[in-house]
Design a binder for this molecule. Structure first.
Ligand code: S3P
Length: 173
């Protein structure tokens, strides 16, 4: 089965859906943020603070380039598609799925989260503005868009599998 790459804003459920999809389809799951943390031996916040966002994006690119093209579910960081090279690599590596979540839900989910360096200031403003500016990029990069609004992770995973089946990618489930 072709590799499945989940993109979407912070808090859109990429890691949760990635794990559920991996379980349902019996595929390995790679979380690019976790991979970067493992390789660098530092948290995402430490990487941003010590080396800056540009360096973090480079690390993202090298993790994306090393992805297998088959039998893998990938949860990416919310900013991965911002870089053109990353968009190209993701499209080359597999089917790109955009988990579309409204700003209000993202805000609710990340209310008590302090781990995202890009949301350290005015969280609501950062979420709303970044989501608006990134939306065209997510839409342009994705092969499939899933509206996650008001849905449980199980429901989202079911819909995603149904979309993949329609594309002829769901034969293993
Ligand atoms: C980022 C999203 C984060 C992480 C980093 C930058 C972004 O991942 O990669 O903090 O630019 O949107 P999540 O989408 O898993 O929160």
């Amino acid at each position: 089965m072709e590799t499945i790459i989940l993109i979407g804003f912070m808090g859109s459920g990429k890691s949760t859906i990635g794990r559920l999809l991996g379980e349902k389809l019996g595929q390995r799951v790679i979380d690019t943020d976790k991979e970067i943390v493992r390789q660098e031996g530092k948290s995402i916040s430490e990487i941003f603070a010590e080396f800056g966002e540009a360096r973090f994006r480079e690390l993202e690119t090298s993790v994306l380039k090393a992805l297998p093209e088959y039998d893998t579910i990938v949860a990416t960081g919310g900013g991965a598609p911002l870089k053109e090279m990353n968009r190209l690599v993701m499209k080359e590596k597999g089917i790109v799925i955009f988990l579309d979540a409204p700003a209000d839900e993202v805000l609710l989910r990340l209310r008590d989260d302090h781990s995202r360096p890009l949301l350290k200031g005015n969280k609501e403003k950062e979420i709303r503005e970044r989501l608006i500016s990134r939306m065209p990029i997510y839409l342009e990069t994705a092969d499939i868009r899933i509206d996650t609004s008001g849905k449980t992770p199980e429901k989202i995973t079911e819909e995603l599998i149904a979309s993949l089946k329609k594309r002829g990618q769901g034969h293993t489930c």
